[in-house]
Design a protein around this ligand. Sequence first.
Ligand code: GUN
Length: 282
Amino acid sequence: MAHIIDGKKIALCTRNQIKKEAEEFKKLGINPTLSVVLVGDNRASKSYVNAKHKACLENGINSIKIELPENTTEEELLLEINKLNNDDSINGILIQLPLPKHINSDTVLEKISPIKDVDGFHPVNIGKLSVGKADLIPCTPLGILELIKSTNINIEGKNALVIGRSNIVGKPIANLLIHENATVTIAHSKTINLKNLIANSDIIVSCVGIAHFLGDNYSYKEDSLIIDVGNNYKNDKLVGDVDFDFVKEKVKYISPVPGGVGPMTITMLMRNTLTALRKQIK
Ligand code: GUN
């Protein structure tokens, strides 16, 4: 039976550290502040934004929620971002995705000042990550790397397989693992012979978004580590990409869903807010 990587516990530890750091800033008269912008009435987005807001307030980070109606124009949203960019009391800006269809997400994300881009989605920050000079790194990949490191395995030289090539998770975690000197493969829906890749991987990060995509249909290295980024619903129940009950008997380390990557993402958002603040003070 695998060692279960406890994302809740690791997140809590990091949150306590964040709380302390936020307190130190407050002693200097600085109030670390994140602004989260939500456009429209997407229910899932609303609940994510509320969770981010609540976590910030619980951990000493000021959170300003800006809720704009579904019919907000792209121009109005860009003006709002411009205001936040120029407001010295705001350290981090997050525009919740997805945006309504009439708004171009790329244009919007490029408008955020890279120094306040706590999502790490601005092309400047993506570029810095690809050359190994990033400071604001997308939150989910950052959380995944923390989970892997929590096991104290040696990442260097290992075969790491990232299944999924999204801009938000797959590509950035592949870059982070490259900079940890892993030998990284990115697989996706067109990959041929995934079976072989899985059987030869020491580290697998699954971000395909298909419930129980990895189960008894594959064989695994018995000393491997699996991070499950899936956030899928099956019969109204939250499940990952990995059939946890089966795979936990086959590998050495595994992160569960829920209680794995999930709690780390918001934690890394708060850490990025403090990182952004530090850059702004410099
Ligand atoms: N929607 C789903 N995940 C994310 C995320 O990490 N950042 C933002 N801004 N929106 C999201």
